[in-house]
Design a protein around this ligand. Structure first.
Ligand code: UDP
Length: 318
């Protein structure tokens, strides 16, 4: 049976990956320093190593018996990256370099990396393909782009089999036999979980209502986390020795902040209290994926729409 190391397996997306990999017949080791993840989110069938990707010894320990890595661990907040760019370079770039060095020592050659649409920055096309220019508009995107470049180098120099999956906006939750696995960041910055936290006293802040979009709020491409992880499992099977591929993961559809609020209001049966505020630093106006490459290379398609995402987030929080 194949054992996979999942870095960041205590986080929102990583913990759902762990559970789905185990259900698909893989064995799993999790490496996580619990800086933003939750120990309780790690499936009890997985082997857990508590440690950081900045610590080579922890990486080496967690790689024992593994044939492949899915690398989620890292810092992932655009706003925080604008304030602390060095932290993002250190954790995301140095951490990934350490991981690749330890993989080399251990003879592990397959990796699927959690990259980001933030690598593209402010796109010039209406949908973003993998051929679109990478021009990140914040240090978070810049750090993910550096790791994509590092993977390309290591595939050429060391024969690493790698796929970088560039996520657009991930949402939704997974119900398991031990409860819901869901997004629970503190502080929470992401739109959909924040929508369901909104109260009259603490309304949802709509960041910017002067964007060049149809309703003047930002447009994003939302993908259900279960669809996202199914694409990772396909990617694990699709990596080729000495090849690095970049593949976008989204739904291929764009929704404005106001449209997401309306979908959430329908799912919850209540009005969402909101106020319009200034734009948030580092946000592009529109980010929508072309997902033709994912469909072709991974033989994958997203199956869950925005309504399914908001319903799952609502149900998992209640
Ligand atoms: N957003 C918002 N209010 C919030 C959180 C997010 O208006 O409390 C907007 C944000 O400006 C962006 C979109 O919702 O246009 C998605 O933001 P999120 O932080 O969820 O993901 P990102 O696009 O930064 O990856």
């Amino acid at each position: 049976m194949t054992r996979v190391l999942v870095t960041g397996g205590a986080g929102y997306i990583g913990s759902i990956a762990v559970s789905m990999l185990l259900d698909s017949g893989y064995e799993v080791t999790v490496l996580d320093d619990l800086s933003t993840g939750h120990k309780s989110a790690i499936d009890s069938r997985a082997t857990f190593v508590e440690g950081s990707i900045l610590d080579s010894a922890s990486i080496a320990q967690s790689l024992q018996g593994c044939e492949a890595v899915i690398h989620f661990a890292g810092k992932s907040l655009v706003g925080e990256s604008v304030e602390k760019p060095q932290l993002y370079m250190q954790v995301n770039v140095e951490g990934s370099t350490n991981l690749l060095n330890e993989m080399k020592s251990a003879g592990v050659k397959k990796i699927v990396f959690s990259s980001s649409a933030a690598t593209y920055g402010e796109p010039t096309e209406s949908t973003v393909s993998e051929e679109s220019a990478a021009n990140p508009s914040n240090p978070y995107g810049a750090s993910k782009l550096k790791v994509d470049e590092l993977l390309a180098e290591r595939s050429a120099s060391d024969g690493v089999a790698a796929i970088s999956l560039r996520y657009f906006n991930v949402a939704g939750a997974l119900k398991t036999s031990s409860g819901w696995l869901r997004e629970r960041h503190d502080p929470e910055t992401h739109l959909i979980p924040n929508i369901f936290k909104a109260t009259q006293e603490f309304p949802l802040k709509v960041f910017g209502t002067d964007w060049p979009t149809p309703d003047k709020t930002c447009v994003r491409d939302y993908i259900h986390v279960v669809d996202l992880i199914n694409a990772h499992i396909s990617a694990l099977k699709s990596v080729q020795p000495a090849h690095h591929q970049i593949i976008n993961l989204g739904s291929g559809d764009g929704y404005s902040v106001r449209q997401v609020i309306e979908a959430a209001a329908r799912a919850s049966g209540r009005e969402i209290p909101s106020i319009d505020v200034e734009r948030r630093a580092g946000d592009p106006a529109v980010l929508v994926a072309s997902i033709e490459k994912a469909k072709k290379v991974l033989r994958w398609s997203p199956m869950r729409d925005l309504n399914a995402m908001v319903e799952d987030v609502f149900n998992s929080a209640n």
